[in-house]
Design a protein around this ligand. Structure first.
Ligand code: PLP
Length: 389
């Protein structure tokens, strides 16, 4: 490479990648043949259910689907999303204007600020948070402020703590419920308050519902159930966790038509839609969603109980997650989250994600993903029991 080359300044303004050292150690351990239990990644370990795979196998042979897809999604896919949304949430959507197909929800989450944010606008992003909200907010020139999530507030943002002057300059608020990494669920009156603020101060809400179908108690609500939400909010949904389809890249956004149109316009300049055969397999997934998702919830619930009960017996402080496949545990013994992650890897061959990697307010916690079988979680608990933490 020519020695004068430098990557663009916009990449240099992104936060440094905090896990280089842990990633290096993890690869080293795996290469050395150590028996690593990886609780670090939020990537479902189970295969896509057979009926969805069979549906793709059928649709992939259709030559009409080998041509460019429609940018906004096939009309059949958008209609299926609208049918599903009404069945699941009791909200009727116009498939033409209120549904947009995405190449996985990250596609929409990332590109949204390019369509709705101007340089100097304020974007509010939770802390801790999934890392996908920040980069394009910065690329769009936004002034990013964080909405702190604390245990004493049930990991909900404290809306009263945001200064009026910040609301006045705010253009976009990202939310994520059920939440990665804290596993918190938002009550509908929280959504209602934010929708009211959005109307008053004229900002957009982007609620990330990637984990909406991984729940163990009450079914999480949609922000679009709130009166007036459809004028100011969009919601992202994903097939990745709901149907173990992370590698397929299929998701959708629903809600405020003008916001979806702006996002679609950004996307029309950089991609050409989702492979239509995948959208048709997605239709079959949505149509059978009750039967396909119930076993998944049962599996994660069992795994959750194995890990949470085991760690609680060791004296760890944690809430029993009521949604998502993450356990967000307080770091025992007053050490930092990265020190704990290093010790677990060095001394027990267990990978966890240090909370600080999701933001400053994640310090003091580690995230463990329930994406390994029960016996591996039991094994992890036994290994932790042998450590003196
Ligand atoms: C909170 C959250 N939102 C969005 C995504 C992205 O999902 P998708 O596969 O639909 O792009 C993830 C993936 O881990 C996530 O944790």
């Amino acid at each position: 490479m020519a020695e004068w080359f430098q990557k663009a300044r916009r990449l240099q303004q992104l936060p440094p990648y905090l896990f280089t050292e842990i990633d290096r150690k993890k690869l080293e351990a795996i290469r050395a043949g150590r028996d690593v239990i990886n609780l670090g990644v939020g990537d479902p370990d189970l295969p896509t259910p057979e009926p969805i795979v069979a549906s793709l196998q059928k649709h992939v042979t259709n030559p009409a689907f080998h041509r460019y897809a429609l940018d906004q999604g096939a009309p059949e896919f958008r209609a299926a999303v609208a049918r599903w949304f009404e069945r699941r949430y009791g909200v009727k959507l116009d498939p033409e204007r209120e549904v947009l197909a995405l190449i996985g929800s990250k596609d929409g989450i990332a590109h949204l600020p390019l369509g709705v944010v101007d340089p100097g606008d304020v974007v509010l992003i939770p802390d801790p948070a999934y890392p996908g909200y920040l980069p394009f907010s910065r690329f769009a020139g936004a002034e990013v402020h964080r909405l702190e999530l604390h245990e004493q507030n049930g990991f909900l943002p404290d809306l009263d703590a945001v200064h009026e002057r910040l609301w006045e300059r705010c253009k976009l608020v990202y939310l994520n419920f059920p939440n990665n990494p804290t596993a918190a669920i938002a009550p509908i009156d929280f959504y209602a308050r934010l929708v009211e603020l959005a109307h008053r101060y004229r900002f957009i809400i982007a609620q990330d519902a990637a984990y909406a179908e991984i729940y163990f108690a009450d079914r999480p609500a949609s922000i679009l159930e709130v009166d007036g939400a459809r004028d100011v909010a969009i919601e992202f949904h994903s097939f990745s966790k709901t149907f173990n389809m992370a590698g397929w890249r299929l998701g959708f956004a629903v809600g405020a038509p003008d916001v979806l149109a702006a996002l679609a316009q950004v996307k029309s300049n950089c991609d050409s839609g989702v492979f239509t055969a995948i959208q048709f397999a997605g239709i079959d997934a949505l149509e059978q969603y009750e039967a396909l998702t119930e076993p998944l919830r049962a599996t994660y619930r069992r795994r959750r109980d194995t890990l949470v009960d085991g760690l609680a017996r060791l004296g760890w402080q944690l809430h029993v997650p009521q949604a998502t496949f993450y356990v967000w545990a307080r770091v025992p013994g007053g050490i930092s989250s990265t020190d704990l992650a290093s010790r677990l890897l060095d001394e027990a061959d267990i990978v966890v994600t240090p909370g600080v990697g999701f933001g400053r307010c994640g310090e003091g916690y580690v995230r463990m993903a329930l994406t390994v079988p029960d016996h591996r979680l039991s094994e992890a608990v036994e290994r932790i029991a042998r450590l003196k933490l």
